[in-house]
Design a protein around this ligand. Structure first.
Ligand SMILES: C[S@@+](CC[C@H](N)C(=O)[O-])C[C@H]1O[C@@H](n2cnc3c(N)ncnc32)[C@H](O)[C@@H]1O
Length: 249
Protein backbone atom coordinates (compact mmCIF):
# COMPACT_ATOMS: atom_id res chain seq x y z
CA UNK A 1 0.00 0.00 0.00
CA UNK A 2 1.23 3.48 -0.89
CA UNK A 3 1.56 5.46 2.38
CA UNK A 4 0.65 8.81 0.89
CA UNK A 5 -2.63 7.51 -0.64
CA UNK A 6 -3.95 5.77 2.44
CA UNK A 7 -6.12 8.38 4.13
CA UNK A 8 -8.01 5.77 6.24
CA UNK A 9 -4.80 4.57 7.86
CA UNK A 10 -4.51 5.88 11.41
CA UNK A 11 -0.83 4.97 11.88
CA UNK A 12 1.99 2.93 10.44
CA UNK A 13 3.90 0.47 12.58
CA UNK A 14 6.61 -2.09 11.92
CA UNK A 15 3.81 -4.63 11.59
CA UNK A 16 2.01 -2.60 8.88
CA UNK A 17 -0.88 -0.14 8.73
CA UNK A 18 -3.43 0.24 11.52
CA UNK A 19 -6.87 1.68 11.03
CA UNK A 20 -7.99 3.00 14.42
CA UNK A 21 -6.51 4.15 17.73
CA UNK A 22 -7.94 1.02 19.38
CA UNK A 23 -6.23 -1.34 16.94
CA UNK A 24 -2.98 0.61 17.34
CA UNK A 25 -3.07 -0.33 21.03
CA UNK A 26 -3.56 -3.98 20.10
CA UNK A 27 -0.65 -3.94 17.63
CA UNK A 28 1.61 -2.40 20.30
CA UNK A 29 0.50 -5.03 22.82
CA UNK A 30 1.15 -7.85 20.36
CA UNK A 31 4.63 -6.51 19.54
CA UNK A 32 5.39 -6.24 23.25
CA UNK A 33 4.20 -9.81 23.84
CA UNK A 34 6.11 -11.22 20.88
CA UNK A 35 9.36 -9.91 22.33
CA UNK A 36 8.77 -12.47 25.10
CA UNK A 37 7.99 -15.41 22.80
CA UNK A 38 9.61 -18.84 22.77
CA UNK A 39 12.74 -18.57 20.62
CA UNK A 40 13.88 -22.18 20.29
CA UNK A 41 12.54 -22.39 16.72
CA UNK A 42 13.62 -18.91 15.63
CA UNK A 43 16.74 -17.57 14.00
CA UNK A 44 16.80 -14.02 15.25
CA UNK A 45 18.30 -11.62 12.70
CA UNK A 46 20.46 -9.84 15.24
CA UNK A 47 22.95 -12.70 14.84
CA UNK A 48 25.36 -12.17 11.91
CA UNK A 49 24.92 -14.61 9.00
CA UNK A 50 28.32 -16.21 9.57
CA UNK A 51 27.56 -16.88 13.23
CA UNK A 52 24.25 -18.44 12.30
CA UNK A 53 25.91 -20.71 9.72
CA UNK A 54 28.48 -21.85 12.29
CA UNK A 55 25.69 -22.39 14.82
CA UNK A 56 23.71 -24.49 12.32
CA UNK A 57 26.79 -26.47 11.38
CA UNK A 58 27.63 -27.24 15.00
CA UNK A 59 24.17 -27.87 16.37
CA UNK A 60 22.27 -28.86 13.24
CA UNK A 61 19.45 -26.41 14.00
CA UNK A 62 18.00 -26.63 10.52
CA UNK A 63 14.45 -26.40 11.82
CA UNK A 64 14.64 -22.73 12.79
CA UNK A 65 12.73 -19.97 11.06
CA UNK A 66 14.11 -16.49 10.36
CA UNK A 67 12.04 -14.07 12.39
CA UNK A 68 12.38 -10.51 13.64
CA UNK A 69 11.15 -9.68 17.13
CA UNK A 70 11.67 -6.55 19.19
CA UNK A 71 14.11 -6.27 22.09
CA UNK A 72 13.18 -8.09 25.29
CA UNK A 73 11.05 -5.75 27.37
CA UNK A 74 9.74 -5.81 30.93
CA UNK A 75 8.40 -9.24 30.01
CA UNK A 76 11.42 -11.58 30.08
CA UNK A 77 12.53 -13.38 26.93
CA UNK A 78 10.90 -16.83 26.52
CA UNK A 79 8.31 -16.02 29.20
CA UNK A 80 5.48 -17.00 26.82
CA UNK A 81 5.83 -20.64 25.75
CA UNK A 82 4.51 -20.00 22.25
CA UNK A 83 5.74 -19.04 18.79
CA UNK A 84 5.11 -15.37 17.81
CA UNK A 85 2.36 -16.32 15.33
CA UNK A 86 0.63 -18.37 18.04
CA UNK A 87 0.71 -15.37 20.38
CA UNK A 88 -0.98 -13.31 17.64
CA UNK A 89 -3.73 -15.91 17.27
CA UNK A 90 -4.40 -16.33 21.00
CA UNK A 91 -4.46 -12.54 21.38
CA UNK A 92 -7.07 -12.25 18.63
CA UNK A 93 -9.35 -14.96 20.05
CA UNK A 94 -9.05 -13.49 23.55
CA UNK A 95 -9.88 -10.05 22.17
CA UNK A 96 -13.14 -11.38 20.68
CA UNK A 97 -14.26 -13.17 23.86
CA UNK A 98 -17.55 -11.76 25.19
CA UNK A 99 -18.34 -14.21 27.98
CA UNK A 100 -15.23 -15.60 29.66
CA UNK A 101 -11.90 -17.31 29.10
CA UNK A 102 -10.44 -20.37 30.77
CA UNK A 103 -6.91 -21.66 30.27
CA UNK A 104 -5.56 -24.92 31.66
CA UNK A 105 -1.77 -24.72 32.12
CA UNK A 106 -0.21 -21.38 33.04
CA UNK A 107 3.45 -22.16 33.89
CA UNK A 108 5.05 -18.64 33.87
CA UNK A 109 1.71 -17.07 33.00
CA UNK A 110 2.75 -16.12 29.48
CA UNK A 111 -0.54 -17.09 27.86
CA UNK A 112 -2.42 -15.54 30.81
CA UNK A 113 -0.66 -12.28 30.06
CA UNK A 114 -1.58 -12.53 26.36
CA UNK A 115 -5.29 -12.92 27.20
CA UNK A 116 -5.23 -10.22 29.88
CA UNK A 117 -3.69 -7.64 27.53
CA UNK A 118 -6.18 -8.59 24.81
CA UNK A 119 -9.29 -8.48 26.98
CA UNK A 120 -9.77 -6.34 30.06
CA UNK A 121 -13.47 -7.00 30.62
CA UNK A 122 -14.41 -10.70 30.64
CA UNK A 123 -13.37 -13.01 33.50
CA UNK A 124 -10.14 -14.85 32.68
CA UNK A 125 -9.55 -18.04 34.69
CA UNK A 126 -6.20 -19.79 34.69
CA UNK A 127 -5.63 -23.17 36.34
CA UNK A 128 -2.24 -24.72 37.10
CA UNK A 129 -1.33 -27.16 39.88
CA UNK A 130 2.30 -26.03 39.88
CA UNK A 131 2.71 -22.53 38.45
CA UNK A 132 6.26 -21.18 38.18
CA UNK A 133 6.01 -17.82 39.96
CA UNK A 134 2.58 -16.19 40.37
CA UNK A 135 4.03 -13.29 42.38
CA UNK A 136 6.22 -12.29 39.44
CA UNK A 137 3.20 -12.59 37.13
CA UNK A 138 1.14 -10.35 39.43
CA UNK A 139 3.99 -7.81 39.37
CA UNK A 140 3.83 -7.80 35.56
CA UNK A 141 0.06 -7.33 35.68
CA UNK A 142 0.41 -4.20 37.78
CA UNK A 143 3.29 -2.81 35.69
CA UNK A 144 1.23 -3.29 32.53
CA UNK A 145 -1.96 -2.11 34.19
CA UNK A 146 -3.93 -5.29 33.44
CA UNK A 147 -5.06 -8.42 35.26
CA UNK A 148 -7.87 -7.13 37.48
CA UNK A 149 -10.21 -9.54 35.63
CA UNK A 150 -7.83 -12.53 36.07
CA UNK A 151 -8.55 -15.40 38.48
CA UNK A 152 -5.34 -17.37 39.17
CA UNK A 153 -6.27 -20.83 40.46
CA UNK A 154 -3.67 -23.21 41.87
CA UNK A 155 -5.08 -26.72 41.49
CA UNK A 156 -5.92 -29.57 39.16
CA UNK A 157 -7.68 -28.83 35.86
CA UNK A 158 -8.68 -32.35 34.80
CA UNK A 159 -11.11 -33.68 37.38
CA UNK A 160 -11.88 -30.72 39.60
CA UNK A 161 -14.53 -28.00 39.12
CA UNK A 162 -14.24 -24.51 40.65
CA UNK A 163 -17.26 -22.50 41.75
CA UNK A 164 -15.83 -19.26 40.39
CA UNK A 165 -15.79 -20.64 36.82
CA UNK A 166 -19.13 -20.17 35.10
CA UNK A 167 -19.78 -19.89 31.33
CA UNK A 168 -16.88 -19.34 28.97
CA UNK A 169 -16.60 -18.76 25.22
CA UNK A 170 -12.86 -19.50 24.95
CA UNK A 171 -11.33 -22.66 26.38
CA UNK A 172 -7.57 -22.78 25.90
CA UNK A 173 -6.01 -26.17 26.74
CA UNK A 174 -2.24 -26.24 27.41
CA UNK A 175 -1.71 -28.31 30.57
CA UNK A 176 -1.01 -32.05 30.64
CA UNK A 177 0.06 -33.07 27.11
CA UNK A 178 -0.66 -36.80 27.53
CA UNK A 179 -3.65 -38.20 25.61
CA UNK A 180 -5.61 -38.92 28.78
CA UNK A 181 -4.68 -35.63 30.46
CA UNK A 182 -5.66 -33.50 27.49
CA UNK A 183 -8.88 -35.48 26.94
CA UNK A 184 -9.81 -35.01 30.62
CA UNK A 185 -9.29 -31.24 30.34
CA UNK A 186 -11.59 -30.99 27.30
CA UNK A 187 -14.22 -33.21 28.94
CA UNK A 188 -14.07 -31.44 32.32
CA UNK A 189 -14.73 -27.96 30.84
CA UNK A 190 -16.98 -28.86 27.90
CA UNK A 191 -20.23 -27.98 29.69
CA UNK A 192 -18.88 -24.53 30.64
CA UNK A 193 -18.18 -23.72 26.98
CA UNK A 194 -21.20 -22.04 25.41
CA UNK A 195 -22.51 -23.02 21.99
CA UNK A 196 -20.41 -21.19 19.36
CA UNK A 197 -17.49 -20.94 21.81
CA UNK A 198 -13.91 -21.72 20.82
CA UNK A 199 -11.86 -24.67 21.97
CA UNK A 200 -8.18 -23.96 21.32
CA UNK A 201 -5.39 -26.47 21.87
CA UNK A 202 -1.66 -25.87 21.86
CA UNK A 203 0.82 -28.53 20.66
CA UNK A 204 -1.70 -30.42 18.53
CA UNK A 205 0.62 -32.08 16.02
CA UNK A 206 1.77 -35.50 14.84
CA UNK A 207 3.96 -37.02 17.52
CA UNK A 208 2.31 -35.22 20.44
CA UNK A 209 -0.49 -37.03 22.27
CA UNK A 210 -2.58 -33.86 22.27
CA UNK A 211 -3.38 -34.74 18.63
CA UNK A 212 -4.52 -38.26 19.64
CA UNK A 213 -6.76 -36.77 22.33
CA UNK A 214 -8.36 -34.29 19.92
CA UNK A 215 -8.96 -36.92 17.23
CA UNK A 216 -10.74 -39.05 19.83
CA UNK A 217 -12.68 -36.08 21.20
CA UNK A 218 -14.10 -34.90 17.86
CA UNK A 219 -15.61 -38.36 17.28
CA UNK A 220 -17.85 -37.94 20.31
CA UNK A 221 -18.56 -34.22 20.68
CA UNK A 222 -20.37 -31.87 18.32
CA UNK A 223 -17.75 -29.50 16.93
CA UNK A 224 -16.89 -27.54 13.85
CA UNK A 225 -13.27 -27.41 12.74
CA UNK A 226 -11.68 -23.99 12.20
CA UNK A 227 -8.02 -25.07 12.31
CA UNK A 228 -7.52 -28.75 11.65
CA UNK A 229 -5.93 -31.03 14.26
CA UNK A 230 -4.09 -32.78 11.39
CA UNK A 231 -0.69 -31.11 11.52
CA UNK A 232 2.68 -32.66 10.92
CA UNK A 233 5.51 -32.55 13.45
CA UNK A 234 6.76 -29.44 11.56
CA UNK A 235 4.03 -27.46 13.31
CA UNK A 236 6.05 -24.24 13.39
CA UNK A 237 5.67 -23.96 9.62
CA UNK A 238 1.86 -23.64 9.78
CA UNK A 239 0.38 -20.10 9.89
CA UNK A 240 -1.15 -20.73 13.32
CA UNK A 241 1.65 -22.99 14.53
CA UNK A 242 0.58 -25.96 16.61
CA UNK A 243 -2.89 -24.60 17.39
CA UNK A 244 -6.01 -26.60 16.69
CA UNK A 245 -9.15 -24.45 16.82
CA UNK A 246 -12.63 -25.96 17.16
CA UNK A 247 -16.06 -24.38 17.66
CA UNK A 248 -18.73 -25.96 19.84
CA UNK A 249 -21.98 -26.33 17.87
C1 LIG B 1 3.12 -25.90 28.68
S1 LIG B 1 2.93 -25.25 30.28
C2 LIG B 1 1.79 -23.93 30.03
C3 LIG B 1 2.36 -22.78 29.22
C4 LIG B 1 1.49 -21.56 29.11
N1 LIG B 1 0.13 -21.88 28.70
C5 LIG B 1 2.07 -20.56 28.11
O1 LIG B 1 1.65 -20.58 26.92
O2 LIG B 1 2.92 -19.73 28.45
C6 LIG B 1 2.00 -26.53 31.05
C7 LIG B 1 1.56 -26.29 32.51
O3 LIG B 1 0.48 -27.19 32.79
C8 LIG B 1 0.50 -27.51 34.16
N2 LIG B 1 -0.28 -28.76 34.37
C9 LIG B 1 -0.01 -30.00 33.91
N3 LIG B 1 -0.95 -30.87 34.31
C10 LIG B 1 -1.86 -30.16 35.04
C11 LIG B 1 -3.07 -30.50 35.74
N4 LIG B 1 -3.58 -31.75 35.76
N5 LIG B 1 -3.74 -29.51 36.37
C12 LIG B 1 -3.28 -28.23 36.36
N6 LIG B 1 -2.14 -27.88 35.72
C13 LIG B 1 -1.43 -28.81 35.08
C14 LIG B 1 1.99 -27.62 34.50
O4 LIG B 1 2.21 -27.40 35.87
C15 LIG B 1 2.62 -26.56 33.57
O5 LIG B 1 2.91 -25.37 34.28
Amino acid sequence: MNKSKSSEVYAWTQSGPVYSPASLEDIKNIDLLKSACRTKHLFLPNKPQLLRSIYSFLFGKKNRIDYRIGKASKIPSNFIRQEPWEIEYLYMLSHYSKVGILETGRFNGGSTLVSSLANKSVPIHSIDFDPKDDDFLKGLFSELNVGTNVNLIVGDSQKTKYQSIKDIDLLFIDADHSKEGCFNDMKNWWDNLISGGSLLLHDCYFGCEVQDAVLEFIKNYDLEIVISPYKSHEHRRYPQGSFCHLLKR
